[in-house]
Design a protein. Structure first.
Length: 145
């Protein structure tokens, strides 16, 4: 009779160990799921923040070019305008990975058409470049939204 009790005790211990392991796994998952959701939210927030930062840097290059041109500091304005078009081109060339959607990328083509004329005006220290850069800024803001 004592021989029959030992296998039953081992069976109960194994069953109990299995239940403890299952409970431990459930507790682990209960802790993991909220952290995973929070991590995904942080990644999404970071991605959106980086997108907004890229857009702000591009806009900052253009607005500084317009301001420096208005002040008569044409070399700094030319450098800012060059940075604007370079960063705009880099983002536009990324395609679907760009911070711009497809409609905005199509609209950017009209901005690129004015690039050479504007850079030439600023390089020649032409006072009308300030007004043209202001118009470009307004066009950009209208396009981007």
């Amino acid at each position: 009779m004592s021989e029959n009790i030992k296998p039953a005790a081992k069976s109960n211990k194994l069953r109990r160990l299995g239940i403890y392991l299952a409970l431990l796994l459930v507790a682990f998952l209960i802790g993991l799921v909220p952290m995973w959701i929070k991590g995904r939210q942080c990644v999404n927030d970071l991605t959106e923040s980086q997108r907004q930062l890229k857009l702000a840097r591009i806009e900052n290059n253009l607005s500084s070019a317009a301001i420096y041109s208005r002040k008569g500091d044409y070399e700094v304005a030319r450098q800012g305008l060059s940075k604007f078009f370079t960063s705009l081109r880099e983002e536009n060339d990324k395609g679907e990975d760009s911070v711009f959607n497809s409609t905005q990328r199509e609209g950017l083509k009209t901005l690129f058409a004015t690039r050479d004329d504007l850079v030439t005006l600023v390089a020649r220290s032409d006072p009308t470049s300030a007004d043209r850069l202001s118009e470009l800024f307004l066009s950009y803001k209208k396009l981007i939204g």
